[in-house]
Write a protein that binds this ligand. Structure first.
Ligand code: ATP
Ligand code: MG
Length: 290
């Protein structure tokens, strides 16, 4: 190599270093490497906790998801609505690793490619999911259910022997209050009402400190009073957790959501504030008007 080439190469290298210093971690393939993120931690430094792009899922030729795109900001409470069969549950199945899409991208934060992981691993990364039907241990008390959920969190399991530590006990008491079950702690979960079981399951998910919480029709089958209390609970969680809530109950959606995404035929029809979405003639046609 001639001295000229060496000189120009060195100058280019110095300019590139200067550019990197000025622009910090933003943009480019090296962006995720530009700030320290612990291995396995969710990198939300760009404000996004979930990124879904052009996801396709077909079942025997039927397109359940057909180019789905979704961006969820850290701390957001997003409602996802849409007619039956729109692909809402399939979307949750893809995010949680239950269904692998034919193509597309799904990232937790900017660096974790969820399509490379299976369901239990994704749950362990901090993605909690509540299915439509409550799945609590009916014979155990409310308290025991919460205790078990806490023990299921690998981050605390090693510190659990036979007794909870004082901070863990305090955390469970706090959770009991949050889910309005403080008066029912010693009752078997099987004796609770449908709505109370749903709250218990939400409490069990919270015990595991999820970063992203996915709820599929949490107020289906609830009384009006239970629905209102659930709306209060979710509003309390907003900010500390990121929530994606799939629901059909429009009064509930209006009460909780900042942003509403409308799914239809496996893709996003529109997104926006509740009032804006509810006025959209396309939404009225495919969903609200039915
Ligand atoms: N495992 C499967 N095998 C075949 N078809 C499926 C499967 N899962 C979902 N589907 C179909 O994919 C489409 C989308 O289903 P999905 O359950 O995601 O809709 P949804 O929006 O959650 O509807 P709902 O509001 O009724 O819960 C439906 O037509 C459904 O029948
Ligand atoms: Mg569904």
């Amino acid at each position: 190599m001639t001295p000229d080439l060496m000189q120009s190469g060195a100058e280019r290298w110095a300019r590139a270093r200067q550019r990197a210093a000025v622009h910090g971690g933003s943009g480019g393939r090296a962006a995720p490497l530009a700030h320290p993120v612990a291995p396995g931690a969710i990198d939300t430094s760009h404000g996004c906790i979930l990124y879904v792009d052009d996801v396709h899922v077909s079942f025997d030729g039927y397109k359940a998801l057909n180019g789905l795109c979704l961006n969820i900001a850290l701390g957001e409470l997003r409602a996802v609505i849409g007619p039956n069969g729109a692909g809402k549950t399939t979307m949750l199945d893809v995010i949680t690793g239950r269904t692998k899409p034919d193509r597309g991208s799904v990232y937790l934060g900017t660096t974790i490619d969820l399509l490379r992981w299976r369901e239990p691993q994704i749950a362990a990364m901090g993605v909690g999911r509540k299915f439509q039907k409550p799945t609590v241990f009916e014979r155990l008390t409310v308290w025991e259910n919460l205790e078990l959920a806490l023990a299921a969190d690998k981050r605390v399991r090693s510190s659990i022997t036979f007794r909870l530590s004082a901070p863990q006990r305090a955390r469970l008491v706090e959770l009991l209050e949050l889910i309005h079950l403080e008066a029912h702690a010693q009752r078997p979960a099987g004796a609770l009402s449908h709505g109370q079981k749903q709250w218990l399951e939400i409490g069990m998910l919270l015990a595991q400190q999820p970063r992203l919480l996915l709820l599929d029709e949490p107020v289906a089958g609830m009384t009006d009073d239970e629905t209102e209390r659930t709306a209060q609970l979710l509003r309390t969680l907003k900010g500390q957790h990121t929530l994606v809530v799939v629901e059909h109950d429009m009064a509930f959606v209006r009460a909780i959501a900042d942003q509403v995404t409308v799914l239809c035929d496996g893709a996003v029809l529109t997104e926006g504030g509740f009032e804006q979405v509810a006025r959209d003639p396309r939404v009225i046609e495919v969903y609200l008007g039915r």
